[in-house]
Unconditional design. Structure first.
Length: 318
């Protein structure tokens, strides 16, 4: 057990369950759970899989570290050996995690972590940085990379073959997530601000723009083709869900100054982050009409009643 894990065991993972509140334009109310890593003013939840495992990142004194919260509520840190920063971004149903690292010797690279904890680095040729952001059950990985011509999305298959994704913009595209049907979502910079997209290998590209928004970014997609993301107006940012029929719902954490939705699974569970006057916090949002998993109920009860032992971030414009 390392020093960080000992501190977590001693000081605890703070998770606060709030009341179910219906956000404007949201048909079903959500129960919001706040997730904070002790000692960190920035905690972000960036991916969730079908069994409810959550990955994310937090800022510590030594830089960024990452975490996985298992379906039973247990909390684990993820640190790539030799990395200054480890930033987990996505997780598939097998528990494979993708993300990026910063190291002194190798620079900015991507990584994939197997369900057994083994790490493999990912570096695209002639890229100054490579950042995997999402992975599906077939091992297809999407993300973005930087080269001399700008920032571009990419799709990488399990054999290591890479296809560049340039959508709407020739110099700034981010591929954020991919579902098991191969639908890819992300966003690109345009003259009218950021615009989201969904890329269907069969049907082509569809632009996603929250009605009236100055900026829209799509961060996650589930196997029902529900989208999760963030939209911005003149004063703040808000999370959203878009249904397959094109209906949008705003997701705002109660009391927050800004909210961003990072991912959504087929149970409609949403993860993301929000800011208030105390910092940046991760959240889990569960539709109240969908029964809450017993593991999360146990987790909440354990924290509230037993002082639970503490086992120890896609913004709009990354």
């Amino acid at each position: 057990m390392n020093a960080v894990q000992q501190k977590l065991l001693a000081t605890g993972l703070l998770i606060i369950v709030t009341l179910a509140i219906s956000s404007p334009a949201v048909a079903a109310p959500y129960t919001f759970t706040t997730i904070d890593v002790p000692g960190s003013t920035e905690t972000r939840a960036l991916g969730i899989n079908e069994v409810g495992q959550i990955v994310g990142e937090f800022r510590s004194m030594g830089g960024f570290q990452s975490f996985v919260i298992d379906a039973d509520g247990s909390f684990h840190t993820i640190t790539v050996p030799g990395a200054l920063d480890t930033r987990a971004q996505g997780i598939n149903d097998a528990g494979e995690v993708v993300g990026s690292v910063r190291s002194i010797t190798a620079g900015n690279l991507g990584f994939i972590r197997s369900s057994t904890g083994n790490f493999q680095t990912i570096a695209l040729p002639q890229a100054s940085f490579t950042r995997p952001l999402g992975i599906n059950d077939a091992g297809l990985i999407v993300g973005d990379f930087q080269n001399q011509s700008g920032s571009h999305g990419f799709l990488r298959d399990a054999a290591g073959n890479v296809v560049t994704i340039t959508a709407l913009s020739s110099f700034q595209t981010q591929a954020s997530d991919i579902n098991d049907a191969g639908l890819i979502v992300g966003f690109s910079f345009t003259n009218n601000g950021n615009r989201g997209f969904i890329l269907d290998p069969q049907k082509g590209l569809e632009v996603i723009n929250f009605p009236g928004a100055l900026d829209t970014a799509v961060n996650g997609i589930n196997d029902f083709a529900q989208l999760a993301g963030v939209w911005g107006d003149a004063t703040s940012t808000h999370g959203f869900v878009r249904e397959p029929d094109g209906t949008f719902h705003t997701i705002d954490v109660p009391g927050s100054e800004s909210t961003s939705a990072s991912d959504i699974n087929t149970r409609g569970q949403i993860v993301g982050q929000f800011t208030d006057n105390s910092g940046t916090h991760a959240f889990l949002a569960i539709p109240s009409l969908i029964p809450e998993p017993s593991t999360w109920l146990l987790l909440g009860c354990g924290i509230a009643g037993l002082g639970w032992w503490r086992s120890r971030k896609r913004s709009l414009l990354n």
